[in-house]
Design a protein around this ligand. Sequence first.
Ligand code: 5GP
Ligand code: MN
Length: 332
Amino acid sequence: MSRDSYAKLKKIIQNSEHHVIITHWSPDGDAMGSSLALYHFLTGLGKKASVVVPNDYPEFLNWLPGNARVVNYSQQPEKVKKLFAGADLIYTLDFNSFKRLEGLGDLLSQNQTPKMLIDHHQQPDTYAAYQLHDVKACSTCELVYDLICGLGHKKSLNKKIAACLYTGLMTDTGSFRYPSVNSKTHRILADLLETGIHPTDIHSAVYDSYSYNRLKLLGFALNEKLKILPGLPVAYFTLNEKELERFHYVKGDLEGLVNYPFSIKGIQLCALFNETDEYVKISFRSKGHIDVNKFARRYFNGGGHINAAGGKSMESLKLTEEKFVELVKTLF
Ligand code: 5GP
Ligand code: MN
């Protein structure tokens, strides 16, 4: 953990005019929630701020306040280059290695602007001059809340900021049930609710948003693709491109699928392998001390948290599955 003093962070924020906020490849609820909350906070201070994403994010996050202002590098690379060139301070939110940006990482590594890392993932790289890093934080949204309050601006919390922060807290904690949740999380939630946001609407906007095809894909995966390794508390799915096409897969349709096997008594590690046109995307989830961050880093070009990590494989889906089945035994 490395948290710079709020006095140090305040100084650089005050002295910077153009602020650029970047989040990771395939942004999730915490990535978008934390980035847009920080955006609303900075613009509220009278600063010029922009949010940049490397690629698209799921439709169930499009309702977030400020969504229309987000700049997508895969669609507007020239605009992003201009923003980078004019930036006084660049924030990197909810990731800690340029590898998590794919192509945008090359552009960022050439940029000399000071960076502020705000993140809760394990083992951060060392590119940031300013850091608000804490693996104990349940979400990057918790750290953005800490930043706002630490700078003495708790009164600036408004409905827009609160809706963004609530979304990230909710999605990164499995709706407030993971071990990262504690009394502080609930105190933050209480502060957010006092701004007048409607949690029921936020839950609905994010979770009651399935298409018919997405629900059928879930049914197919559970019914025909779920495997449990004999003698091990391990369950996993593989999905190839053809299977995904059959259900007209769009980004976000597999969100949450990896967790379903935990509802089977005794399961301690779940995995999902899905084929894309470039590589096999991998998600790992675990319970207790089983460290999937280390596992993903060591064997699958990835990382994340102890109980939730991801990675990728350039090998075929079949070979990736075989490799996993061999290696996962070493965890038990
Ligand atoms: P998910 O399985 O939902 O894609 O990701 C789970 C967690 O692992 C997230 O916190 C995410 O940031 C992290 N993660 C996912 N894919 C990768 C990856 O390829 N590399 C690293 N370092 N982290 C990843
Ligand atoms: Mn996060």
